[in-house]
Design a protein around this ligand. Sequence first.
Ligand SMILES: Cc1ncc(COP(=O)(O)O)c(C=O)c1O
Length: 403
Amino acid sequence: MQQAPIKSWEIYRESTRYLAQGSSTSSKAPAIEDVEPALIVRGSGCRVWDADGNEYIDYRNALGPVTLGYAVPEINEAVSAQLENGIIFGHPHPLEGEVAKLLVETIPCAERVRFLKTGGEALAACAKIARHATRRNKILHCGYNGWLNSLNPGGYRPVGVASAEPTKGVPAAIAELHPSLPWGDLDPWEAAFHDDGDDIAAVMIASAYADLDKGREFLPALRKLSEAHGALMVMDEIVMGFRLAIGGAHEYFDFMPDMAVFGKGMANGMPISAYLGRADLIDSARDLGISSTFGGETLSLAAAKAVAEFYENRRVITHLWETGRALWGAVNHLFESKGVAARFQGYGVCPQLVADGDWAIQFMCACYQQGVSFYHVSYVNYSHKPSDVEDTIVRVERTLDSM
Ligand SMILES: Cc1ncc(COP(=O)(O)O)c(C=O)c1O
């Protein structure tokens, strides 16, 4: 049983006087008062510590980026070695081309690559490229595509949840160019192309966690549909890249989008994203004013290079699949055996907790008290070893018994 995270909450509450929401990432702001670890001060492997010194086996993984573990020596060493030589320069650094080459060699749709810092801005780059290439206006979204979703009617929403409410802070004429369509059902997409096919520049797709298996048929069918109507397909692989497969959903389900965007898992937490795909499209970024001062920042590139080598040498993807299958299978078995109507649903590398909303919050609360940190979508990383999985299962059983 953990101590109440009193100090963490004191510091957090004080910070909200200066820092809006107490967090620059909305979904990281703690919601469960006085129980959730409001602040994390340190991480190592698969564990994190709050400001009160409580230790948690962590399945949040920074909401996706940490695929290898916290403070992994090989990645830390690569970043430290580069730090000795400077962070960023007034000309490109060789690492920029080297990491681009590694991505071209490993990601199926990548002929050409360019770097930015976040998933949202890389997706914005793809939208601009697609509009220019097709001379059309509309982007059909599926799931959460980063801040770009704030252009949709309804704005921000979790992956796979459609909404038609008006968008705050976006002129209606712009919101109309960003319809959001559901995952897994081709009919609304066919209808959209039937009604408006001449003005659809691209479909921009983030895979849904709980129903990921629908991607097997849905994604290749959407590829054919968009191609038939002269629209581009942009895969948002921000979460699925370096997790489902290195090349994300398009590698795993075996189809070829025109462009794709990677971020989170590429550098084990260092801030970098890549938009990549057909050479003619990515090359056009130069003429479209898509550019950022920090695109070639070398600490993140050094981390990305070390991560690519780590994946190649250590069978990371296999480890994520095997560990995920073992953990969520056992947790789902516990839910069943205790008569709880909940499941971690989807693929083991990124399942979603499907349960009554209030119960899910209570469950996560009780898990924090047993030293396990889950989220609605929970992730295993390379540092979760069989003993951590066993430890987690024991704690989850204790949690369920305590509820
Ligand atoms: C599927 C998906 N796409 C895009 C993004 C946006 O990435 P970023 O937060 O780096 O802008 C996210 C972030 O959670 C995401 O989950």
